[in-house]
Design a protein around this ligand. Structure first.
Ligand code: GAR
Length: 203
């Protein structure tokens, strides 16, 4: 650490966020920082889908956003190397996958070892992978929820930081259950960031 850098805890934690879609979790993190619930600042968003909702939100919120369209990279690893370069250029200390719909490689996990968080719309280890909400409805579970966890190589695995459960109602559709889960995701994601930072002594 350079000598002129204040000690951890004396300055806001520098967060990077990865998003592919709407970006409501990204905005929830920015809001948690703004209201002082999280001693952090979201200093870099990366998106893989040009013009996605997350990019629009970043423009409105004044958060720097870089587009790394996965279709322009020759491999998953090449994409991840570009993400790492963006985060390193922004001095990012901890990265949150907030609706990142690409499989990540060991390169990203190693670059942010113990500092890479994912949010997933199920009570892991149930319903890993894509369409977790559809899977839960098809299985007929009465409880579902969301999980924030540190990222390991296998998709949607890794040490769990925070979970929240929600009821599944008989009349639920994908949309109604997703809305109930989203509300909980927005609540637990800042808690998960704080827990991960505490584990590392960053706060
Ligand atoms: C969230 O529900 C998140 O859990 C999910 O994508 C949604 C993004 O919403 N992520 C995954 O399914 C990853 N496996 P948002 O763009 O509004 O934050």
């Amino acid at each position: 650490m350079p000598p002129d850098r204040p000690p951890a805890g004396a300055r806001p934690l520098r967060l990077g966020v990865m998003a592919s879609g709407e970006g409501s979790n990204f905005e929830a993190l920015v809001a948690a920082c703004q209201r002082g619930q999280l001693a952090a600042t979201v200093c870099q968003l990366v998106v893989n889908n040009p013009c996605c909702g997350a990019e629009q939100r970043a423009l409105r919120l004044g958060v720097p956003c870089t587009v790394h369209d996965h279709r322009s990279y020759s491999s998953r690893e090449a994409l991840d190397q570009a993400l790492i370069a963006s985060f390193q250029a922004a001095d990012v200390e901890l990265v949150v996958m907030a609706g990142w719909m690409r499989i990540v490689t060991q390169a990203l996990i190693d670059a942010y070892s113990e500092r890479l968080i994912n949010i997933h719309p199920s009570l892991l280890p149930s319903f890993r992978g894509a369409k977790a909400i559809e899977q839960a409805l098809a299985a007929g579970v009465q409880l579902s929820g969301c999980t924030a966890h540190l990222v390991s190589l296998e998709v949607d695995t890794g040490p769990i930081l925070v979970q929240a459960a929600v009821p599944v109602l008989e009349a639920d559709t994908v949309e109604s259950l997703a809305a109930r889960i989203h509300a909980q995701e927005h609540r637990i994601l800042p808690l998960a960031v704080r827990r991960a930072a505490e584990r590392l002594g960053l706060t």
